[in-house]
Design a protein around this ligand. Structure first.
Ligand code: AMP
Length: 284
């Protein structure tokens, strides 16, 4: 299939919608991979996976102002549309949808999707409003593109849980697929925000995943949960992190656990200098 690129606001969406409707009428399936750009191998794996689930792959690139807090990095978030388009197409994207903020949120826009209790814990506690911003933009993208499947990374594990919840609650007709975390060779989960790390911070960063692994091992081998978590926080603090949370949660509902019961997920958020890093791992 020939790749068509839609990056301009005026009528691009209409044209894209017409084309996708024709594909769908023809019996072909559509996958959407929502991103904020600054694409890395983690995003590219989602795009490749999308190609396994559907005939037509749409990648959206949009730095969504509504999911950033007033003191967060919206203004300095890396933007590199031209490079992103090239990478996405090489990974198998057939259409790129890169709207301007005014197209998604025109003057007078005044509604939002409220993500419920899941949005108030973990990331939501430190980033109030973040998941409502995510839920609002993902809902809009799903309704604009009407994909059969949408692919999201387990890197943002809570985000995936929130999306599964509101998609089910609001009867949005799409299959949500979660994709495994792609890591650098030293274990650091790939992230567009890793470019913020200084050389020294980058050298310390792999301790985040190493600590998740050792803590998961302690928990799985029967160590008392509170003791295992305390050890983990100590290790991260020693490595130079300021820990926001290190918690074991039910893998699907994200309900808290006071002892290990399968299926469980160990989730962490910690700051290295000014950069907030998140990661997670299954405990089996
Ligand atoms: P972002 O551009 O950061 O909003 O991410 C777009 C999508 O890519 C989200 O579904 C993320 O969970 C996913 N993603 C980001 N980093 C990774 C990674 N290292 N491995 C797998 N998926 C990722």
């Amino acid at each position: 299939m020939q790749t068509t690129i839609h990056t301009e606001a005026d009528h691009a969406l209409e044209k894209l919608q017409e084309t996708l409707a024709a594909f769908t009428a023809d019996g072909r399936t559509v996958a959407l991979v929502p991103t904020m750009g600054a694409l890395h191998e983690g995003h590219l794996e989602l795009i490749r996976l999308a190609g396994e689930y559907a005939d037509v792959v749409v990648v959206s690139i949009f730095v969504n102002p509504k999911q950033f807090g007033p003191k967060e990095d919206f203004a300095r978030y890396p933007r590199m549309l031209e490079e992103d388009v090239k990478k996405a197409v090489e990974a198998g994207a057939h259409f790129i949808y890169a709207p301007e903020a005014e197209e998604l949120y025109p003057a007078g826009f005044d509604s939002s999707v409220s993500a419920g209790a899941l949005s108030t814990i973990l990331e939501g506690k430190s980033r109030p409003g973040h998941f409502d911003g995510v839920a609002t933009v993902v809902t809009k993208l799903l309704l604009r593109i009407l994909p059969h499947v949408a692919i999201f990374g387990e890197k943002d594990y809570q985000q995936l849980a929130v999306i599964r919840r509101f998609v089910a609650d609001l009867d949005i007709p799409v299959d949500i697929i979660g994709a495994p975390i792609v890591r650098e060779t030293d274990g650091l989960a790939m992230s567009s925000r890793n470019v913020y790390l200084s050389a020294e911070e980058r050298a310390a960063a792999p301790a985040l995943y190493a600590t998740l692994q050792s803590t998961a091992q302690h928990i799985a081998s029967g160590k008392m949960l509170s003791a295992a978590l305390r050890l983990g926080v100590d290790a991260l603090t020693k490595a130079g992190f300021k820990v926001d949370y290190l918690e074991l949660r039910h893998a699907d509902t994200l309900a808290p656990m006071d002892k290990f019961v399968s299926p469980a997920r160990l989730l962490v958020a910690a700051n290295l200098g000014k950069t907030r890093l998140i990661d997670n791992i299954a405990v089996e």
